[in-house]
Design a protein around this ligand. Structure first.
Ligand SMILES: [Fe+2]
Length: 165
């Protein structure tokens, strides 16, 4: 009973997996992944808000497309947080920031808004992926590359929706 009480009182703490990556590198990569987690969460919330508020002839197409996107973004946030845990650190609380203007955008403004945010995400992810690979963290590199491929495909699809002659 005494043992059980001690076990349930255990709190998450910084761990030191002997996986071939030193502490400073794991901390550095975890910090960058925390920033990416916050960006992805912000984009997820913004995508959901756009899914709710979109109006006009593109409603059905974008309403459905954005639902697929926020569902994928939600899964990606879980991957980033769990990678931070695997690197030995407690998962951070994402900093979510979405401007109020997101509530009253036209369909064209929504797509432009999302294009900008996906591009910002991809650039940060590319920097961290390259940094992680250079530091020997090929697992984080591969995780980011897989998610980047989805962001870049999403960028193409969003561009296609508003493509002009
Ligand atoms: Fe919905």
């Amino acid at each position: 009973m005494k043992h059980a009480a001690a076990v349930i009182a255990t709190k998450p703490h910084v761990e030191s997996p002997k996986s071939g990556i030193d502490h400073a590198t794991r901390k550095d990569i975890s910090g960058a992944l925390g920033d990416i987690l916050s960006s992805a969460y912000s984009l997820l919330v913004k995508t959901h808000v756009h899914h709710w508020n979109i109006v006009g002839p593109l409603f059905q197409q974008l309403h459905t497309m954005l639902e697929e996107q926020y569902e994928t973004l939600f899964k990606s946030t879980d991957l980033y947080a769990e990678r931070i845990r695997a690197l030995g650190f407690p998962a951070p609380i994402p900093h979510v920031s979405v401007e109020q203007e997101a509530r009253t955008m036209s369909a064209e403004q929504i797509v432009d808004d999302l294009l900008g945010d996906h591009e910002t995400c991809v650039r940060a992810m590319r920097d961290t992926a390259i940094e992680a690979e250079g530091m020997g963290d090929i697992v984080t590199h591969d995780l980011l590359v897989a998610q980047m491929a989805w962001h870049e495909k999403t960028l193409w699809m969003l561009r296609a929706v508003v493509a002009k002659a």
